[in-house]
Design a protein around this ligand. Structure first.
Ligand SMILES: Cc1ncc(C[n+]2csc(CCOP(=O)(O)OP(=O)(O)O)c2C)c(N)n1
Ligand SMILES: [Mg+2]
Length: 589
């Protein structure tokens, strides 16, 4: 950051009488935090009371701490800003864990605050004490955070906090955890700790290897069939426009990973759709085909779900260029010719700049894609054409998604949860320019898609937020609809009700000669709409083709939390070919 910009940043000056908790909150506000998600409990009471009393902060009191972590995740994932979740010691803290692991797996910046017994009582067996001597909460959080520490003195609080914030927001973002004995909050803070300007404790430097970028640019210019595999790092780096500029310059063809669905608009002429689980034939045939000479992966970790179980056919004939902010992702699963370490936006800017310079010097892109037939676009690229046009009642999972497309707003944020509905979401919905698709693919926790949208809607009040989830996911975390109703958060849930864990049912049939696992079917039919109404959420049921459009329009007009239960034909198998094969492979081993 230049000196001139630093001059313009206001230095935050706390009051002389500040307590540790006041300073702490001041740091959060300087980082742009406006909402804290959590459940109040005794051993974190001073923090919650201070947040609640602060006019600039909103305390969203969830129904389960996992919901607090999921909401914080949804908030950060869709805004790029730090999100905060907090829970008391013991069970409050352990309840956060799955949500924090989701954020860690997908690189989402989050500050996790947990309570602790008073410092003078540590080791004596206080109620809900979770120290090194007993149930060690700091150690439990270590593998799912970038930093996990107990603050042991009031003096060291800001040191730990600055370190945590620096790590959460630098490099590959991620969650950080501070565990704080309850007596520290009320102590008075020493003057030298009272500075809270983010520019003074964490770098915004964006570095990359210029020579490597130039090599990558030259290889892309010389490629006859350049293909880009775009991962979720494109969205994290805010590099969607730069990606489009590169594609148009070459031109290149672009597939996305399932998690990054839509980071390159799926209705763009150069889009191949999704490569990997529930993906599209154009992406498979092109990316894994013989022709590709240069493959450029951007913010894609090349995991099982995006590589058809790490098929060797992914390797291009000439060069693999891999861009990732995390050096540990580079060359993990495929040998890389040009590694590019850094954030997607700054590297793509430099790459396009370099290529323009080469073009000015007389070079020109050798891509021959413009002469080849275009990939099938948007609605034509699907494998399941008959089910998409089906007039049957109950409606097929594909048909209601076709109907939904007609009314899905241009700026919609669409969350998916984990299950068969996720596979249909990936395969059968076309995410257009301006829309956004979000899924916790890294950890794959059910319930995230039900709850994280509440955080996303709080972070993006101007955008319509949809959650397309299964009945199984809904039963796991659906009580958070109460939280949405209390805060009037206008998420629109579309719950696909097949009265089963559909993915388990259909997958077990494939693995077991056509016999499904009986447990996967619910013993009692679930009335999702009635449950939603009982929580103060507007709800409707649809079960036939052509019905969902009106229901969605009504929910959009209504403007508060709303739910549409779609009762579907559960006999339609989800597009799970690759996943089933990989499960079968793992079981054989
Ligand atoms: C917390 C958690 N538990 C278990 C699983 C394994 N799992 C993945 S999908 C699924 C069932 C999902 O059911 P539902 O939401 O009804 O979706 P459907 O497959 O019917 O569309 C299960 C049990 C998981 N991913 N996360
Ligand atoms: Mg289901």
């Amino acid at each position: 950051m230049t000196a001139a910009v630093i001059e313009l940043l206001p230095r935050i000056q706390p009051q002389p009488s500040a307590r540790v908790v006041d300073i702490f909150v001041q740091y959060l506000k300087a980082e742009g935090v406006r909402v804290v998600f959590g459940i109040v409990g005794g051993l974190l009471y001073p923090f919650f009371a201070t947040v609640e009393a602060d006019d600039e902060l909103e305390l969203v009191h969830t129904k389960h701490e996992e919901g607090a972590a999921f909401m914080a995740d949804g908030y950060a994932r869709t805004s790029g800003k730090l999100a905060v979740c907090a829970a008391t010691s013991g069970p409050g803290a352990t309840n956060l864990m799955t949500g924090v692991a989701c954020a860690f797996a997908d690189g989402v910046p989050m500050l996790v605050i947990t309570g602790q017994a008073a410092s003078h009582a540590l080791g004596k067996g206080a109620a809900q004490e979770t120290t090194r001597e007993d149930i060690d909460i700091v150690e439990m959080f270590r593998p799912v955070t970038k930093y996990s520490a107990m603050v042991t003195t009031a003096e060291s609080m800001t040191h730990h906090l600055r370190r945590a914030l620096r790590l959460a927001l630098t490099g590959r973002p991620g969650p950080v955890h501070l565990n704080i004995p309850v007596d520290l909050w009320e102590k008075s803070a020493r003057v030298e700790h009272r500075w809270a300007d983010p520019s003074t404790y964490r770098p915004e430097t964006r570095t990359f290897d210029r020579a490597a970028v130039q090599r990558a640019g030259d290889l892309l210019l010389a490629a006859r069939h350049p293909v880009i595999l775009a991962g979720s790092g494109v969205a994290v780096g805010g590099a969607e426009q730069q990606l489009k500029a590169l594609v148009d310059l070459l031109p290149a063809r672009v597939a996305t990973t399932p998690k990054a669905k839509g980071v390159f608009p799926e209705d763009d002429p150069f889009s191949l759709g999704v490569l990997g689980v529930a993906g599209h034939a154009d992406a498979r045939e092109t990316v894994l085909g013989e022709n590709v000479d240069v493959l450029f992966t951007v913010g894609a970790s090349l995991s099982e779900t995006s590589t058809m179980n790490w098929t060797p056919r992914l390797m291009p004939s000439r060069a693999l260029i891999q861009l990732d902010i995390d050096p540990d992702r580079i060359g993990r699963n495929y040998p890389v010719d040009v590694p590019l370490v850094g954030d997607a936006q700054s590297i793509l800017v430099e790459l396009v700049y370099h290529m323009h310079r080469r073009i000015r010097e007389g070079s020109y892109p050798k891509s021959s894609w413009a002469l080849a037939p275009l990939p099938r676009r948007g609605h034509q690229r699907h494998d399941d054409v008959a089910a998409r046009a089906s007039e049957a009642t109950p409606v097929t999972p594909q048909r209601w998604r076709v109907d939904l497309q007609e009314v899905l707003p241009d700026d919609a944020v669409v969350f998916s949860d984990i299950g068969g509905h996720m596979l249909f979401n990936i395969h059968d919905i076309c995410i257009r320019k301006g829309q956004r698709f979000v899924i916790n693919m890294g950890f794959g926790s059910m319930g995230h898609g039900v709850v994280a949208p509440i955080g996303a809607a709080l972070a993006n009040p101007q955008r319509p937020v949809f959650a397309i989830v299964g009945d199984g996911c809904f039963t796991m975390n659906g009580m958070e609809l109460l939280t949405a109703a209390e805060h009037d958060v206008p998420v629109i849930w579309i719950v696909e009700n097949n009265n089963m864990h559909g993915i388990t049912w259909h997958c077990s049939k494939l693995l077991n000669n056509g016999r499904g696992l009986p447990t996967a079917k619910l013993r009692r039919k679930l009335d999702v709409a009635a449950l939603a109404r009982s929580m103060g959420v507007h709800a409707e049921v649809v079960d036939a083709p052509g019905q969902i459009q009106v229901a969605v329009q009504r929910a959009l007009r209504f403007g508060g939390p709303a739910l549409i239960e779609v009762r579907v034909d559960g006999n339609v198998p989800c597009p799970m070919g690759e996943r089933a094969k990989s499960l079968a492979g793992f079981i054989d081993k």
